[in-house]
Design a protein around this ligand. Structure first.
Ligand SMILES: [Zn+2]
Length: 162
């Protein structure tokens, strides 16, 4: 079968940035499962995978607008060190990432700079503004179960366990 709405696809992929640096890998030890057509995947990659089938290779470059969006400079702000409370100094380094509860839910924030007791944080997605280069092997395609459809995500190895 081919990847259509509510398909569960198992992928292996290598994700690189413009500089050719590897950002993420999914392989036999760590396969990536997703449900097609439910918004659980960046739109540019989802579109490229539509109608492909097991055994196919999909190579695609996805612009920021179809991935994690452009960087928004308004998402950086200075916050006092004490907002990070008990986090030890050795973990408060530039590039460190933390989960933060915001009005939009849980988001990842990145430490962009540290100036004394002031921490400059960046709420952009770590891959915002990046063109993403995917080299994908479609390993398996199956129909979602009713339970998976009702949850909106895949179950089983590589998927959610609930
Ligand atoms: Zn579930």
């Amino acid at each position: 079968m081919t990847i259509v709405k509510n398909s569960i696809a198992t992928l292996h992929y290598t994700l690189k940035d413009d500089a050719g640096e590897i950002l993420d890998v999914a392989d036999e030890n760590n396969p990536f499962l997703y449900m097609h057509g439910v918004g659980g995947m960046i739109p540019g990659l989802e579109k490229a995978l539509e109608n492909s089938k097991a055994g196919e290779k999909v190579v695609v470059s996805v612009a920021p607008a179809d991935a994690y969006g452009e960087r928004n400079p308004n998402l950086t702000q200075d916050v006092p060190r004490e907002m990070f409370g008990s986090i030890p100094d050795e973990d408060m380094v530039v590039g460190a990432q933390f989960q933060a509860q915001t009005d939009q839910g849980v988001e990842i924030i990145t430490v962009a700079a540290i100036e004394g007791d002031t921490i400059k944080i960046d709420g952009n997605h770590p891959m915002a503004g990046e063109t993403l280069h995917f080299d994908v092997d479609v390993i398996d395609v199956r129909e979602a179960t009713e339970e998976e459809i009702s949850h909106g995500h895949p179950h089983g190895p590589g998927g959610h366990q609930h």
